[in-house]
Design a protein around this ligand. Structure first.
Ligand SMILES: [Fe+2]
Ligand SMILES: [Fe+2]
Length: 324
């Protein structure tokens, strides 16, 4: 068992169509027994009735390490196809996003959930690198550079890549398919917290626990969105209007209780709100909290959003439908 798992990589759920051959062997880990079986052999198709569970949210798919790149290529082509057909079939994009996005949050184990989000980062990185990026190649190159740095880093350093993955998946799921917007939103996510590096270590460690902090730490934390922008400008990185709004406003709240400016309502950019949710989602997976399941904590997060008016109600409901 151990030896098998060492050669396999868990991947988020996706739609396995009966009539479409996959370019890789697909394995599945069975519930209860945890036994891993070959589910669909490379190149073969199946009759519909044989895989009625295929789109189940809790389906634990795996691929061999040797075929991981093939899997990433397959999923990227699927997504690029869906994006380019979006006008005709927004429902299909939403359904595809929902399977990938909901997988980590349906796990019982935080470790497995985190591994799935890491692997979502590989998928998003491949997707960004395969976008036809006429006119914004430099943004794309920067994304790939920072994504690679994050992927090979510590848990803390992987946070921005998790946020980028979750932001882009959520954005795709609510119908955003403009390629420049996606690359810029991804880059803003990768760089959103870079201003934290100017703060004392004790404050950095608590950066996502603003509500629980004292006055001094709060005052320091309020500086980091502008700090992130300042660092980027000092490094000569061109920051677009979208990136600026997302980075400056990622802790603002629709009801006006966020920071640093306390913006209210529609003045908080919708993509900053999406990134705010992605930031909270990664934080939710970063530590166990009172032994409650991931799903229970996810529901509590959205209940809090509703109660405290953190996210615009219509947007909140659309994002929520992608996660459950
Ligand atoms: Fe932040
Ligand atoms: Fe963050």
């Amino acid at each position: 068992m151990k030896r098998t798992m060492d050669n396999l990589i868990p991947i988020p759920s996706f739609e396995v169509r009966a009539d479409t051959a996959l370019p890789f062997d697909l394995f599945v880990r069975l519930p209860v027994t945890n036994r891993v079986i070959l589910y669909r052999r490379h190149g073969s198709t199946l009759e519909q009735e044989k895989f009625d569970h295929a789109s189940a949210r809790k389906f634990n798919f795996l691929v061999s390490k040797l075929e991981y790149e093939k899997y990433l290529g397959y999923m990227t082509r699927e997504f690029l196809n869906l994006i380019s057909k979006k006008e005709k079939e927004p429902e299909k994009v939403r359904a595809a996003v929902r399977l990938v996005l909901a997988s980590p949050f349906a796990q019982d184990s935080l470790g497995e959930a985190r591994e799935l989000v890491d692997n979502m980062g590989d998928l998003i990185t491949r997707l960004v690198s395969d976008l036809a990026s006429e006119g914004f190649v430099s943004r794309q190159t920067l994304f790939l550079k920072f994504a690679k740095l994050a992927r090979t880093g510590t848990d803390f350093q992987r946070h921005p890549l998790h946020v980028a993955s979750l932001t882009l998946m959520l954005a795709l799921g609510i119908g955003i398919s403009d390629q420049r917007t996606l690359v810029e939103a991804g880059l803003a996510s990768l760089l959103h917290d870079i201003g934290l590096t100017q703060l004392p270590m004790s404050v950095i460690a608590e950066a996502h626990k603003y509500r629980e902090l004292g006055t001094v730490s709060r005052a320091l934390l309020k500086l980091h969105p502008q700090g992130s922008l300042d660092i980027l400008r000092n490094k000569g990185i061109v920051v677009s209007r979208l990136m600026e709004s997302m980075i400056l406003q990622h802790h603002e709240e629709y009801g006006g209780t966020g920071y640093p400016a306390g913006l209210v309502g529609e003045s908080v950019h919708p993509m900053a709100q999406v990134m705010h949710v992605a930031d909270d989602l990664d934080d939710l997976l970063s530590e166990a909290d009172g032994g409650e399941s991931i799903e229970v904590r996810l529901r509590a997060l959205f209940a809090r959003y509703e109660k405290e008016n953190t996210i615009a109600p219509v947007l909140r409901q659309r994002l929520e439908r992608l996660l459950f």
